[in-house]
Design a protein around this ligand. Sequence first.
Ligand SMILES: [Ca+2]
Ligand SMILES: [Ca+2]
Ligand SMILES: [Ca+2]
Length: 415
Amino acid sequence: MKKLSLTVVLLLATSMLSAVEVTPGGSMLFWNFWYNNADFTSGTEDGDNWYFLFGNLTVEAKWDEHLTFFLNPAAIGVYGMHPCLNCGAISPNITMHQMYMDVNNIFDTPLSLRAGKFRVFYGDAFVLWDGGAEGVTGAKANVNTGTFDLDILALRIAEYGGPGYITVGPQPDTLEVTVPPDQNLYGAHATLNFLEDALEVNGYFYNLMWADDKPMWLGGRFAGDIAGIEPKVEFVTMMGDNGGEPALNYKGMAYTAQLKYGLPMAPVKIGGGYVYFSGDDDLTDTENKAWSNVLQSVYMYDGAAATGFLGFGPGHLIVTGGFCPNPSNMNVINGNLEFNPGAFTARADLFMYSWNEVPEGVDQAVGNEVSLVLKYNYRDLITFGASAGYFMPGAYYGEDLDAMLGGVFFFNKSF
Ligand SMILES: [Ca+2]
Ligand SMILES: [Ca+2]
Ligand SMILES: [Ca+2]
C-alpha cells in the first residue's frame, strides 16, 4: 500500500513537472573602454580605461505554448570597485531587468498579451529603446500573422505617486495632498514582411503623456536585403505640444538613409549613410524644432553595432561621455568598408559629425573620425573584437587641436 501511494505521488509529480518546461539561460557582455587625449591637447597627460560589464541570468517557464513566464535578473555598469575599498561606489548590483508574463495566441487567435517589465526595441532603436538593458513596465498586445505584426503598447515610464500619497478620509485643507501625475507612453508599432522577410516595412506612432505635456512621434521605416543590396530608410516627425502658456509645439524630426552593397566576387561590403536629428533654430518662438527621442535613449548606428556598443564611432562615443543620451541637433555622414573572409572581420568607417543649428559665431563642425573594428570568431563559439577611433575635433571645439584616440575591447556570449 505504501509502495502504491509512493508511485501515485511520483506519477503526479512527474505530470506536474512535464506540464511546465523551464529553460535557464544567460549572457555575459564584456567591454573594456579606453581613450587617450580627450582634452585635444597633446601636451597634457590624459587617458584611462575601464571595465563595463553586463551579466544576465534568464529563466523561461512555459506551459503548453500558451503561457510563458520570463525572469531576468541582471547587472550592468562600470565594475572594478571592491566593496572593502570603498563604501560608496561599489560594482553594480543585480536588479530585475525583466519579469513578464506572455499569454500566447488567446483562444487560438493571432492575439497575444504581455504584462510586466520587458525590453522595448524596434528597428535600430532610432526612436524608442529602453536604453539597452533595463526593461520598461507595462503591457503590450501583439497580433502576429507572420506577414503582419502589430504591437500596441501601454507603458509606465515614470511612477511619481504610489502608496505614499494615500490619504484616507476627509482631510483638513492644510494637509491637502496632490498626487503627482505619472509619465505614460502609449504607442503602436506595425511591421509588414515581404519576400520571405527580405523586405520589411514599419509604421509607428508613440504618444508620451506627462500631465499636459504630450509629445507624439509618427514615423516609418523600410529595410531590405536583396541580391547583396541592403537599403535602409527611416523618417519620423514629432507633433503635439507641452501644454504650457503659451504652448510649445513639438516640431522635431529625424531621418536616415543608408545603403550597403556586397560585392559578388569578393567578401567585401561597401556602405554609406546619412543620419539627421533636427535642432531648434529659434529658442524664442512657440515651436520646438529640436529632435528628442522617446526615452532619451541612444541610437545604434550600423558602424557602432560592429563595436558591440551604441551611438556612432568609438571615438565619438567617448567624447560624449560613453553615452549620447539624445542625439539632438546632429547630422552624421558615414562611409564604410567591410572585409569578411570567414572567421575574421575587419571594418573601417569614416564619420563626419556636425551640428545643424548653432548660435551666431559657433562653428557647426563637431569633428571627423576614422575607426577600425577587428573581430575574430573562435571556433563558432565566441567572437572577440577590438575597435579604435581616431577623432579629429572640428572647429566647434576650437582651432589647432590635437586628435584623440578612443576604443574598446569586447566579447559577448549567450547560452
Ligand atoms: Ca591631453
Ligand atoms: Ca501613480
Ligand atoms: Ca523654436
